[in-house]
Design a protein. Structure first.
Length: 336
C-alpha cells in the first residue's frame, strides 16, 4: 500500500499549499469527530541534534613543504601550488578549498618526483615522507569538507516547519546534490574544487533534511494520537455496540479513504522520500571515511531509529484502521 536559485526562492516554493502540520491536525480532528472522542495530548519529541562543529572537526596534521627547501621543484607545476598553500589566503582556506589543494598536491607531487628533474637525495626523501603523510591525512580533509562542514550541517539543522502538503520543491535537485557529495567522498581524486562548491551551494539553498525531520515529528505525533483513538474504538466496538454497524462506520470509512488514503498517505510518502534523499548519502559518507567520531556515529544511529519509528507508525496506523472495521465484522476496503 505504501511506497516505502536562491534560498528565498526555495522558501517561497516551500510555502505553497496547506502546511503539513495543518494536514495532520485536520486528520486527527476528523478521526476524533467520527469516533466521538477526544485525542490524547501530543507526546513531546526532541528533534535529532546535529553534532556541534567542535565535536566533528578533526585536527589536521601540520605537514608543510617549505618553498625554499623545495626550490628544486620550481620547474614543476606543484611548485606554484605550494606557493598558493603558503600564502595568507591559503593558510585560512575553508575546508573544501583546503581539500582541493591537498587533492591537487597528491596528484602533482608524485608526477614531479617521477619526472627527470634533478632533486637531491635528502630533499627527495623529505618530499616522499611528506607525500606519504599527506596521503594518510587525506581522509581527515574529506571529513572536514563534508559532514564536519557547517555548510553541510545547515542542511539538517535549518527549516523550522514541516513540508507543505503540496509544493513544488525541486526534490530531485537537492537529492542529486547530496548524491554528488557522497560520490565526491567515495572518488575524491576525480573531483575538482568547483564540484565540491557546487554541491554544497546547491544543498545550502534549502534545508530539506531539517524540514523532513520537522515533518516526521509532526507525523509521528499525530499518527500516534489517531491510532489511540482508532484502537480504543475497535476495543469497545463503538461503531457497532449492538452488533450491526452504525451509520458512523460509513463516515469513518470516508475519513479513511478520502483523508488518510487520499491526502495523508501521499504526504507521508513524500516526507519519507525527502528524508532518504539526505540520509542515504550521509550514511554512505560515514561508512566510507575511516574516521572514528562518536557524535556523528550517534547522530546517524538516531536518524535511523527516527526513520524506523516513522515507518512503524505508518504501518500501525493502517493496522488500527483495519482493526476498527474488523471489530464490526467489516473490512476497511469494503463498503459494507
Amino acid at each position: 500500500m505504501f511506497q516505502v536559485a536562491t534560498l528565498l526562492a526555495a522558501l517561497t516554493l516551500a510555502g505553497c499549499g496547506q502546511g503539513g502540520d495543518d494536514l495532520m491536525d485536520d486528520y486527527v480532528a476528523r478521526v476524533a469527530n467520527v469516533l466521538d472522542a477526544e485525542p490524547a495530548p501530543v507526546d513531546p519529541m526532541a528533534l535529532p541534534s546535529y553534532p556541534r562543529p567542535r565535536q566533528l572537526r578533526q585536527p589536521v596534521p601540520d605537514i608543510r613543504i617549505d618553498l625554499l627547501d623545495a626550490w628544486a621543484l620550481r620547474g614543476c607545476e606543484v611548485f606554484k601550488l605550494l606557493g598558493e598553500r603558503n600564502s595568507i589566503l591559503g593558510k585560512v582556506a575553508e575546508p573544501e578549498i583546503r581539500l582541493d589543494y591537498e587533492r591537487r598536491l597528491l596528484t602533482l607531487l608524485p608526477q614531479c618526483l617521477g619526472s627527470d628533474i634533478e632533486i637531491e637525495d635528502d630533499l627527495r626523501a623529505e618530499l616522499e615522507s611528506a607525500l606519504a603523510a599527506k596521503r594518510s591525512a587525506f581522509p581527515v580533509h574529506l571529513w572536514n569538507a563534508s559532514v564536519a562542514n557547517p555548510d553541510y550541517a545547515a542542511y539538517w539543522t535549518g527549516g523550522s516547519e514541516p513540508f507543505a502538503a503540496e509544493d513544488t520543491i525541486d526534490t530531485e535537485g537537492y537529492k542529486a546534490a547530496q548524491s554528488t557529495l557522497s560520490q565526491l567522498v567515495e572518488s575524491p581524486m576525480e573531483s575538482t574544487g568547483s564540484d565540491w562548491l557546487g554541491a554544497l551551494e546547491r544543498m545550502g539553498q534549502y534545508p530539506m533534511g531539517g524540514h523532513s525531520l520537522q515533518s516526521m515529528r509532526v507525523a509521528i505525533q499525530r499518527l500516534e494520537q489517531a491510532e489511540r483513538l482508532l484502537r480504543a474504538a475497535a476495543e469497545d466496538r463503538r461503531l457497532c455496540p449492538m452488533g450491526p454497524a452504525l451509520k458512523e462506520l460509513g463516515f469513518a470509512r470516508n475519513v479513511m479513504v478520502n483523508i488518510f488514503t487520499g491526502e495523508v498517505q501521499p504526504w507521508l510518502v513524500t516526507v519519507d522520500q525527502r528524508f532518504l534523499a539526505g540520509f542515504d548519502p550521509l550514511s554512505r559518507i560515514h561508512d566510507t571515511l575511516p574516521i572514528q567520531n562518536e557524535p556523528m556515529a550517534d547522530y546517524v544511529g538516531v536518524l535511523q531509529a527516527w526513520h524506523d519509528r516513522y515507518r512503524l507508525r505508518i504501518r500501525q496506523q493502517v493496522d488500527a484502521w483495519q482493526a476498527l472495521f474488523a471489530a464490526c465484522g467489516s473490512q476497511a476496503t469494503s463498503a459494507g
